[in-house]
Design a protein around this ligand. Structure first.
Ligand code: ATP
Ligand code: MG
Length: 562
């Protein structure tokens, strides 16, 4: 999965400026070591992709640093109850698909459980951590508020020996869940709530997907994260803005343990309109059956976007063009959609597919005759070759390409009007056959033989419209899944997001597609002329029963509505 020249290096940003300065000063042996630290409790979403492009992009672009550059993949698996192997596998698959490689640098926070335990013992021995027997409620009450200092725990000044003994017995499983915690002894009056004796360990008798039943105490995020960074020799620990207020704690742990001290740098998270990004909400969509799974093409997950037809290049380009900063913002999802259009316009071959078929009979075309036209696969790129498209007496066109009582500006087919049938002939419609309810069920038309190959006729007459079509007897039946945005409001995160679900986000159609599409392989992407960009479904498509997903329309239809 190569990256093209023009995306080989990202423009500079404030993080790169910090790194440039550090390299100039020879800090950290002039090395650049970053990490991507997902918690394996869900699938990655487009926001994670930003963090991935950022961290792996730095390792790629600073490969020439004197001390070398690399990016670690570290699973932050400190919460045994929500984590699963399925998520780990999906995350690795997504990273590779996005075009990034962690090489041998695959790590797990759970591999550091013993190290973290030893570090905790060290802090206890130094009088900087203690076992607290308060209930969760007492601890909450004594924590104080933003305007009021907290109150010291009555257990805060326990002798070191007693703390060591109790902590070891916590580890040995002698106490029930939630009965005690280990806390850092910092400052209950600190204006930063994160420094008010934060919890380091909790008791939780739970089976861990990697360490089994070995541990019944689990480290808290703030305690595990920085120490894992340090252990791995991370130089720049890049995270999202909500961790800014945690940085003093990150620093306190490293300083008081006297261990390698990575620099935490915060950037603003990626938010998108018309979507939710919190894993909790995505999980709810999956569990309650509002979507077919984590990889439903309407999901903002990397798996979902891929199945929808997104290319890794389009996602990378979207993220790069958005930049890295400190200001919170929500990008309109149309920007993401446009970046897919831009990519597929160049790379997707063209095909004809009729999604809402209406039968056309060419009355002056012999019944047993057929001919094969050879249109190009791409209008601007002859190197993409040609394919053969059959024409015959009975065809299908798109239902809305015909109108009985057409207004003047309707340049497609109506009675007495002539249009160009793409790559084939100019066609005039003479009669519409209707059923007992007045619905048009068939059109009777003629071709002008002189326009064969859709060439202009010698008498100089003009048509304004060109429409697509498929030959009825050669057409391949296909299921086409037409997706739209999952939410109908701009910011579904605001209220009850389930109320904002778009009831029309999926429409399944029985379509007729040109025979060349019978050769489509899973994940092949196409422009269906005049309709949009489509992908052969990654899992359900087969030659026997073709399935195409709509990735994105040819233009932004939502812009017109609002
Ligand atoms: P959620 O809050 O949705 O559960 P998370 O941030 O807790 O997501 P993690 O698995 O911990 O999920 O995230 C891994 C990395 O991805 C973290 O470094 C996090 O900062 C980053 N990340 C998560 N969401 C975004 C986002 N929207 N934009 C940029 N980076 C993000
Ligand atoms: Mg997190």
């Amino acid at each position: 999965m190569g990256m093209s020249q023009d995306e080989a290096r990202t423009p500079t940003n404030f993080i790169r400026n910090i790194i440039d300065e550090d390299l100039k000063n020879g800090k950290n042996g002039a090395a650049v070591v970053t990490r991507f630290p997902p918690e394996p409790n869900g699938y990655l979403h487009i926001g994670h992709a930003k963090s991935i492009c950022l961290n792996f992009g730095l390792a790629r672009d600073y490969a020439d640093a004197p001390g070398g550059a690399r990016c670690h993949l570290r699973f932050d698996d400190t919460n045994p109850v929500k984590e699963e192997q399925e998520f780990i596998d999906a995350i690795k698959e997504d990273l590779q698909w996005l075009g990034f490689d962690w090489g041998k640098h695959e790590y797990y926070a759970s591999d550091y459980f013993q190290l973290l335990y030893d570090y905790a013992v060290q802090l206890i021995q130094d009088g900087k951590a203690y076992v607290d027997d308060q209930t969760a409620e007492e601890m909450r009450e004594n924590r104080g508020t933003l305007t009021e200092a907290g109150t010291n725990s009555p257990y805060r000044d326990r002798p070191i020996e007693e703390n060591l003994d109790l902590f070891e017995r916590m580890k040995n499983g002698e106490f029930p869940d939630g009965s005690r915690v280990l806390r850092a002894k910092i400052d209950m009056a600190s204006p930063n709530m994160n420094l008010r004796d934060p919890a380091m360990y909790r008791i939780l008798h739970a089976h861990h997907h990697r360490t089994g039943d070995k541990w019944c105490i689990y480290p808290m995020y703030d305690w595990a994260h920085g120490q894992s960074d340090s252990k791995e020799g991370i130089t720049h620990s890049i995270c999202t803005l909500e961790f800014e207020a945690h940085r003093p704690l990150y620093d306190w742990f490293c300083e008081n343990l006297k261990i390698h001290h990575p620099q935490q740098i915060e950037f603003s998270r990626l938010n998108l309109s018309y979507t939710v990004m919190s894993k909790r909400k995505l999980l709810q969509l999956v569990q309650d059956g509002h979507v077919a799974g984590w990889d439903d093409p309407r999901m903002p997950t990397v798996h979902g976007l891929r199945r929808r037809g997104y290319t890794a290049a389009a996602i990378r380009h979207f993220i790069e063009s958005h930049g890295v900063g400190k200001a919170d913002s929500r990008i309109d999802v149309s920007v993401l959609e446009q970046s897919l259009r831009d990519d597929l316009d160049k790379t997707a071959i063209r095909r004809m597919a009729v999604l809402d078929p209406l039968k056309v009979v060419i009355t002056n075309y012999p019944e047993d005759e057929e001919e094969w036209f050879e249109p190009s696969n791409h209008p601007k790129d002859p190197e993409m070759g040609k394919r053969k498209v059959p024409f015959s007496r009975e065809l299908y066109i798109e239902r809305d390409d015909f109108m009985l009582d057409a207004p003047k500006k309707f340049f497609r087919l109506s009675i007495g009007k002539e249009v160009r049938f793409r790559s084939a002939y100019w066609v005039t419609c003479h009669e519409a056959i209707t059923d007992e309810y007045g619905n048009v069920v068939e059109l009777h038309c003629t071709v002008d033989p002189e326009t064969r190959g859709a060439k202009n006729p010698s008498d100089g007459r003009k048509v304004k419209g060109t429409i697509h079509w498929v030959s009825a007897k050669h057409a391949v039946k296909a299921e086409v899944r037409v997706y739209d945005r999952l939410f109908r409001t701009d910011n579904p995160e605001k209220g009850d997001f389930l109320e904002d679900l778009n009831p029309d986000s999926l429409e399944v159609k029985e379509a007729f597609v040109e025979p060349a599409l019978a050769e489509a392989q899973r994940e092949d992407r196409f422009q269906f002329e005049r309709t949009g960009y489509f992908v052969a479904d990654r899992f359900d498509h087969s030659k026997k029963s073709p399935v195409f997903n709509k990735a994105v329309g040819l233009r932004d239809t939502w812009a017109k509505i609002s």
